[in-house]
Design a protein around this ligand. Structure first.
Ligand code: ADP
Length: 495
């Protein structure tokens, strides 16, 4: 097989002189600094985008304040219709968006189509449904009446204001859609700041949002480095930040937000997610479980499994079967539909993975499979399996965010629980067993925002998602996101 042909619309989009998307149109940045967007599959520069300046930030915030005034006053049903139209437009432009996403991120074209576009449209429709269902409560106050007067109270859920959505590079389209949808369905306006590595699809989606009927200023897109995100969070004209990214950056963003003016912050950060196989899991199921948990999108998923605990009696055959399975993966261009494993997203990330492999070797962890990074212009990294010597090995403690599964055997369930929970993080975990009674006893003991049983990584818009401990604050999806994008106003009436 070979690479699919790029659509003419993709080639034309790449050739554009990219600006920022402010107040319903593409505008030139006031900054002379440009950031090259590089295709991680071959090292070629795809496009140049602006590194927005403070003047651009001021312009976007002013537009978003105006956009908030207009959008927050539209009816919930009108908001839902716009989001539903945008979902239709995502699907209508599926191939263009998927190709752009694969070019900028290196993700397999099949994953770009299925997750970045189709799943994103599914999430968008789910959120659109909430626009007409956000309610407060009526309350009978508990005060005694002093002189026959009465009291009544109710609560209103009001949109929080101008949201700053800071987006990482791993799912640049889908994660941006989560943020955009949460903000717009609740009546907020939003400024999206894509990752400097993957800014292209959002510039196109902003155009589609206007086409869907979104008023000017409800969605603005500022490209640029982390400093642009910081300037937006610090700005007195923004009210909330919804951030997805690494733990250190997330903590810095949270500090900036709190330090500025108690800007509300939802932080969805990484972790070091545990995967536990009980001894009853058949070998073939365990192998597929490791692939699902650790190697989907080359492990570049914040919820991916990174620490794999297997009963001592089962670990050797599992590592052998897993190595054989990984050895059969077709590695290559992400635009080739037959490729099963592509590059990682960028050179700094590839280098970081190379350094982690060196650390693993230096510490005496055993590299069972892979453990090398490519030396060509593409950002290729072997799918890698590591057997740790002890729970203290770096590879069992530091997030790799890559195609690396690190294993440790355990003997007892108490030891397993201790190992799973001995981490500052708690985004996700999975437990693999068909022993229902055991699973039910273990579930409450495992510290994670999401715990999967006999599955890993599948996110559903109806199921809340977010981290405990150092993996984040707040929840996305379900009805839980509403608390994060609205303020509760209490109204009390004496009569
Ligand atoms: P990665 O996803 O590469 O691990 P980060 O977590 O550092 O990267 O970045 C996620 C997003 O946060 C990106 O859009 C990045 O530009 C942005 N960012 C980086 N530093 C800051 C900062 N200090 N304030 C706000 N946003 C930032």
């Amino acid at each position: 097989m070979s690479d699919i042909s790029l659509l003419p619309s993709v080639t034309a989009f790449l050739a554009r002189d990219h600006g920022l998307y402010i107040h319903g149109e593409t505008v030139a940045s006031q900054s002379a600094t440009r950031i090259a967007v590089v295709n991680p599959a071959n090292g070629e520069t795809l496009a140049q985008v602006a590194d927005a300046s403070q003047v651009d930030v001021e312009r976007a915030v002013a537009s978003s304040r105006e956009g908030f005034q207009a959008w927050s006053r539209t009816s919930p049903a009108a908001r839902a219709s716009v989001l539903l139209r945008l979902a239709d437009l995502l699907e209508a432009n599926r191939e263009e968006l998927a190709q752009l996403e694969t070019l900028q991120s290196g993700k397999l074209i099949g994953i770009a189509r299925a997750f970045e576009v189709e799943q994103a449209a599914h999430f968008l429709r789910y959120y659109a449904g909430w626009a007409t269902k956000i309610t407060g409560q009526t309350i009978t106050p508990s005060l005694p009446s002093f002189a026959g007067e009465r009291y009544s109270a109710y609560t209103l859920r009001e949109p929080i204001g101008v949201v700053v959505g800071i987006v990482p590079w791993n799912f640049a389209t889908m994660i941006a859609i989560w943020k955009l949808a949460s903000a717009l369905t609740t009546g907020c306006s939003i400024i999206l700041k894509p990752s400097e590595f993957t800014p292209l699809t959002l510039l196109r989606i902003a155009e589609l949002a206007s086409e869907a009927g979104l008023p000017a200023g409800a969605l603005n897109v500022l490209t640029g480095a982390g400093t642009v995100g910081k300037a937006l969070v610090e700005h007195p004209g923004t009210d909330k930040v919804s951030f997805t990214g690494s733990v250190p950056t997330g903590i810095a963003v949270g500090q900036t937000a709190m330090g500025a003016k108690l800007t509300r912050a939802t932080l969805e950060l990484g972790g070091k997610n545990a995967v536990a196989f009980l001894p009853d899991v058949p070998l073939d199921k365990a192998v597929e479980g490791v692939i699902e948990a650790g190697f989907l999108h080359s492990g570049q998923i914040c919820a991916a499994g990174e620490r794999f605990y297997v009963h001592r009696t089962r670990i050797e055959p599992l590592l052998e079967a897993l190595s054989e399975r990984l050895g059969q993966l077709k590695i290559g261009s992400p635009l080739d539909e037959s490729t099963q494993f592509g590059p990682v997203a960028n050179k700094p990330h590839q280098r970081k993975l190379g350094e982690l492999f060196a650390t693993a070797r230096a510490e005496g962890s055993q590299i069972i499979h892979g453990g090398r990074i490519g030396d060509g212009p593409g950002c290729f990294v072997d799918p890698t399996v590591i057997l740790a010597r002890s729970p203290n090995d770096t590879l069992l403690n530091q997030e790799t965010f890559g195609p690396v599964a690190t294993f440790l055997p355990y003997d007892t369930e108490d030891e397993l629980l201790h190992l799973m929970n001995a981490t500052p993080y708690g985004l996700s975990a999975s437990l693999w067993t068909n022993d229902l009674a055991k699973a039910m006893r273990l579930i409450p003991e495992i510290q994670a925002g999401t715990l999967w049983v006999n599955m890993h990584t599948l996110l559903d818009p109806a199921v809340p998602f977010g981290g405990i401990k150092a993996s984040g604050i707040g929840r996305e999806f379900g009805s839980a996101f509403i608390d994060e994008f609205t303020e509760l106003k209490s109204v009390m009436i004496r009569y």
